[in-house]
Design a protein around this ligand. Structure first.
Ligand SMILES: Nc1ncnc2c1ncn2[C@@H]1O[C@H](COP(=O)(O)OP(=O)(O)OP(=O)(O)O)[C@@H](O)[C@H]1O
Ligand SMILES: [Mg+2]
Length: 543
């Protein structure tokens, strides 16, 4: 059982589309106007046919009067009636009769009515004999009448007055008085069958033509509306639906150059702009994400550097105290062990032990020296210098060492670098330490490669960048964060683990940064950036 609202929805027509509305409206208008046009046409045609028939009958009546005029003058009624009878034989003529001015039918092709006296109120008489007046020459159309014969046939009658002429009033036989205007009436009655058949035939043709025109008009209107309106509107609708679903990459080709074509072009332009805006927005979002990521990493690096710097500072203080305390007893050990070694009383068997004590004490002194260097509050002696020159000088000091025997040294030193403010000796200390570390990392290789690149920094300050890469064994990822920690070494007794931490301090004291990247089996790269020489840092020796 359907609910009332469901029933209503089923009964009510569904939503009409634009093309359906247009078709229904234009169809209704076309049908209405064409029907009106056909109806007016049929009516006009009917009037025209009736008027033509009336005129034909009037002409026939005139012909009969003209034809019989002479015989009437000689009062030869037999010939007159014969002539009338012959004319009445024409198809469609029902009867012809002559009525004299007294209203008596003097002759009729329907012989039974001859001699009858007609009343002036009779249909055939009251056309001229109107109440209160008699029309001598009534208008043609007013002299016709339509009626039905007793046998049911529909007919039309036309009465034409026989006017009194001069020849009539002077004729020898039966002269009429000259003042008499009308001598009698010729009344012709014709069948309406032919007229009705013609009319029906015309009407059918007009109806057929109208129906054909309606169909043709409807079909052409529908075709053109479909082609010119429906197609572009549907295309626009599809396009808008796709846009609503967020498919901004959809394309639409205008189907015409008219307003709808313009609309389609405008829509496509709008889609392209929307797509561009969305792409820009997405790109912007991506860039923003990248920027946020970069900044976060930068922040993290800075934080790590800060922690590292603080760690180094507190460690420095500690180390400085310990190194100072150790230095004095160590000097004693060194002096007394060398004195003991020279003493003649010494058992030669103990000489070797004393030499070991002396060399180990010297190693300790080296460590203590390194510690003091690490802990020392750097006061660099700043001068304007060319970093390329410092690199070349540092290389010259180490390249002959055995660790570089199988190493190819490549230099890519930019020649447009700004000058820097630096303590050249300290910088050399940093570079030499990195070169020796690199050489040691490659000494087991048959052929190593040390690459030194200097370049102008891309940052707005416009400093210099130095990259030192080797093709050595690399640093495992878990050790990379400890490289700049004091005492971190993988070289056992062969290293103090202070080289990089001292380098870190020096570079920092120069206002620069030092970082390391490494891949196991590929190599390690140290990147050092230093600020350029400016008016402010040139005059500030404390930098
Ligand atoms: N180019 C490199 N390739 C591989 N590992 C390296 C490289 N440079 C440094 N390292 C690692 O970092 C550690 C610390 O280096 P650092 O220069 O501070 O101390 P060291 O070289 O061990 O000792 P020192 O410099 O006092 O002789 C090294 O022991 C080594 O393990
Ligand atoms: Mg080292």
């Amino acid at each position: 059982m359907l609910k009332p609202d469901q029933l209503l929805r089923q009964l009510l027509p569904r939503r009409f589309s634009l093309i359906q509305k247009l078709t229904i409206l234009t169809g209704t208008v076309v049908v209405l106007f064409m029907t009106l046009f056909a109806w007016v046409n049929i009516n006009n045609l009917q009037k025209l046919l009736v008027n033509n028939t009336i005129r034909d009958l009037d002409n026939l009546a005139s012909t009969i009067i003209r034809m019989t005029h002479h015989q009437m003058l000689v009062d030869n009624r037999v010939v007159v009636y014969q002539m009338i009878n012959e004319v009445a034989n024409r198809p469609g003529i029902e009867r012809i009769r002559m009525i004299n001015r007294s209203g008596v039918i003097v002759h009729s092709t329907a012989t039974d009515e001859i001699g009858q006296l007609l009343d002036q109120k009779a249909a055939q008489c009251n056309l001229c004999h109107k109440p209160g007046q008699t029309l001598i020459r009534p208008p043609l159309l007013e002299r016709s009448r339509f009626f039905t014969l007793p046998n049911g046939k529909q007919v039309m009658g036309l009465a034409k007055a026989v006017q009194n002429e001069q020849s009539c009033s002077t004729a020898a036989c039966h002269a009429h008085v000259a003042s008499t205007k009308v001598l009698g009436v010729v009344d012709i009655i014709v069948s309406l069958d032919v007229l009705k058949a013609d009319l029906a035939s015309y009407r059918n043709r007009i109806i057929l033509l109208t129906v054909l025109l309606i169909i043709l008009l409807g079909a052409s209107l529908t075709f053109f509306t479909l082609h010119l309106v429906n197609r572009p509107v549907n295309e626009l609708l599809r396009h808008t639906a796709r846009l609503a679903q967020g498919q901004l990459d959809c394309e639409m080709t205008p189907t015409s150059n008219d307003e709808l074509g313009e609309l389609m072009r405008a829509f496509q332009l709008m889609t392209n702009n929307l797509r561009q805006a969305r792409n820009d927005l997405e790109e912007w979002g991506r860039t923003l994400e990248e920027k946020v990521r970069d900044r976060s990493e930068q922040l993290q690096r800075m934080q790590m550097q800060l922690v590292h710097t603080e760690k180094l500072a507190s460690l420095g203080e500690l180390v400085a105290g310990i190194a100072h305390e150790i230095n004095n007893p160590l000097s004693g050990i060194l002096i007394f062990s060398s004195l003991a070694a020279k003493d003649k009383r010494l058992d030669p068997a103990l000489k070797g032990d004393l030499e070991t004590i002396s060399s180990e004490a010297q190693r300790c002194a080296g460590i203590v020296k390194g510690l003091l260097e690490f802990a020392r509050d750097y006061q660099p002696k700043m001068t304007v210098c060319d970093i390329n020159q410092v690199v070349v000088d540092s290389l010259r000091l180490v390249e002959c060492q055995s660790v570089f025997q199988n190493v190819a040294i490549l230099r890519q030193l930019a020649n447009d670098l700004p000058l820097i403010m630096a303590d050249q000796n300290q910088l050399k200390q940093v570079f030499i330490n990195i070169f020796i570390n690199a050489g040691q990392a490659m000494q087991d290789l048959k052929r190593g490669e040390l690459k030194i690149i200097t370049a102008r920094a891309g940052d707005p300050a416009g400093g210099v960048i130095l990259r030192i890469s080797d093709s050595g064994y690399g640093v495992p990822e878990e050790q990379l964060g400890k490289l700049f920690d004091p005492f971190f070494t993988t070289k056992g007794t062969g290293g103090t683990g202070l080289g990089l931490s001292v380098s870190y301090g020096i570079i920092q004291a120069h206002g620069g940064t030092i970082t390391a990247e490494s891949s196991i089996g590929v190599g390690t790269t140290f990147s050092i950036s230093l600020p350029p020489c400016t008016d402010s840092n040139q005059t500030d020796p404390g930098v």
